[in-house]
Design a protein around this ligand. Structure first.
Ligand code: HEM
Length: 229
């Protein structure tokens, strides 16, 4: 009896995911979780302005949570995998619905950010892989001065490499557009959209995206200017 109920629930969930709306909902929920990570990560990293000891202590405190940190990392990985899978499936559905490409693409009311989602997404994914090798694993060819546990020094030395700084700045600009459109579409998907509030929601999404990307850019620029040493 219990198995039959579980089967039917699973079946309904799969049926829901098969539809475009199901995939969009998965994108919105996983996007919200990833957005939450970006906020927490930035708040943690901003401690770089409080002196060398702070960020190292923060890193140590995170590692001291042990299993909890691995649960969070696992959850993040699952969210990223679902977000990318749903995005690719939506892209395939869109292509299937319109097999004949337009002879000439006419820009519509869709914003620049929405049209670049499929570019900014893969760029951010590539950045995360590079970023983990840079600051988490300290791959010698990517961060030759990396020292395990020395989070502040690793950050300063890592961002003092001009090529790395350019990569970070370029990706943060992409992150700005991705977050702007992502937050805005999330509101639409969960049904929190009303023509009356559209300008307000768009302004809020822009403000949040600018604050998050801007906070990260401020860290890179401060290292380059020697404000953070
Ligand atoms: C200027 C911008 C950024 C700086 C300075 C920065 C800095 C860092 C540092 C220092 C670490 C290592 C922390 C430690 O070992 O305790 C780290 C880890 C990480 N960062 Fe960033 N980060 C930035 C932007 C981002 C962005 C935009 C994302 C995702 C979109 C991201 C995702 C991650 C992830 C997934 C980890 C590994 C976390 C873990 O496994 O514990 N970072 N970052």
């Amino acid at each position: 009896m219990a198995t039959a109920a579980l089967d039917s629930k699973l079946h309904r969930t799969l049926r829901f995911y098969e539809a475009t709306n199901g995939k969009k909902t998965v994108m919105a929920l996983t996007g919200a979780a990833l957005w939450g990570f970006v906020i927490i990560h930035l708040l943690g990293n901003l401690q770089v302005f409080l002196g060398p000891g702070k960020l190292d202590q923060y890193g140590e405190a995170l590692r001291a949570t042990g299993a909890l940190l691995w649960v969070a990392r696992g959850g993040l990985l699952v969210c990223a995998a679902l977000h990318i899978t749903a995005a690719l499936q939506l892209m395939a559905l869109k292509a299937k619905a319109r097999p004949q490409p337009y002879v000439k693409k006419v820009p519509t009311t869709s914003s620049y950010a929405s049209r670049t989602m499929y570019l900014s997404g893969p760029v951010i994914l590539a950045f995360i892989i590079y970023h983990l090798m840079h600051f988490t694993f300290g791959v010698p060819g990517i961060h030759p001065d990396f020292v395990e546990g020395a989070v502040h020094a690793n950050l300063v030395k890592g961002l003092s490499q001009p090529l790395a700084a350019v990569l970070y700045l370029a990706t943060m600009s992409m992150l700005l557009f991705h977050l702007y459109h992502g937050i805005w579409s999330m509101f639409q998907t969960i049904g929190l959209s009303h023509p009356r509030y559209t300008p307000l929601v768009k302004k809020a999404a822009a403000g949040i995206a600018i604050a998050l990307a801007g906070g990260n850019i401020a860290i890179v620029v401060s290292v380059l200017l020697g404000i953070v040493k």
